[in-house]
Design a protein around this ligand. Sequence first.
Ligand code: PLP
Length: 386
Amino acid sequence: MRTVYFDNNATTKVADEVAEEVGPLFCELYGNPSSMHTFGGQISRRIRQAREQVAGLLGCEPSEIIFTSGGTESDNAAIKGTLAAAPNKRKIITSRVEHPAVLTVCRELENHGYTVVELAVDKQGRFDLRQLEEQIDDNTALVTIMYANNETGVTFPIDELAELVTGRNVVFHTDAVQAIGKIPLNLSKSNIDLLSLSGHKLHAPKGVGVLYVRKGTRLSPFMLGGHQEAGRRAGTENVPGIVGLGKACELAAKNIEQESSRIRYLRDKLENAILEKCPDSRINGDKENRLPNTTNISFEYIEGEAILLMLDKHGICASSGSACTSGSLEPSHVLRAMGVPFTAAHGSIRFSLSRYNTEEEVDYTIEKMPAIINRLRELSPFVANK
Ligand code: PLP
């Protein structure tokens, strides 16, 4: 059966160019970059090159890049490293719609005496900037707000938020895992202090990421041990991952404008056709400020999991906004924070596209969706009781 992969916010295909670059690093160029000999030395040159490629995409200095094991580690390192470097401050400001890699860490820190403020979003998933301004005080160590939401694709005015924090002796971190490679970003023109990214969301391998640390930002190392990454992140480097991430960033930097407009066209075609052909469906999130590849659509009175299973029968991969935990379907914390009604939050589906999707795949999905939704509505007890 064919596979139509519309789950690129979960993970992406490794680009062929990346796989080609990484291949020889397993069995031929396998030296340790910390070794004194020439064999290892050539590997450290590859890491240096990758650092430059990542810095090129982000618009920062190569020395401001720390390689990590992925988005989760970068978020943990940013939050815990900032707090450790500011022991007299006990307050963190974040949002209700963060990824668990941020939210779970913050909530755990509450158990250790920190005050955590989770800023609210409106029905479209947007922030009111004044909320942040009101919350910053002398006790605030860190503001951590995501660049783009993984479930809805809604993007936040990160440069403006970072600017608000500037001069207040507070560190500003953004989880940009879903934004990097999808929308252009230039750190040399922003006041962001720390930024997380993850390789597997932009066609690099899994298990590699970056924490950008603006020069002069106070941050205690999260991993202790060897002297790798200039003493800022111990542990022998994931060389294939790092080299692959460098190549993926180079590709993204070269093609981002052209690719994002093509992906936006495909996403809009898919979204508009579904809204038109499937009654009682609606978009979750701010359509104006959104990643070009993501659409989150609610179908009233049916369950997301059931839609996913039926899509899966046609080889179409998407994801749903609710997680089936211990027999009860919990709607996503993001949709709940946006006040999406229960009946709509349960029936939400995320389609997330990439450069590898085709118009033919979009047409195929448009053809299948109405019959799936109609069939599930026929079976739905909610519709019967409507
Ligand atoms: N932050 C966001 C917004 C994400 O979407 C994800 C992954 O889905 C992560 C962090 C975690 O990244 P990783 O899978 O590299 O640990």
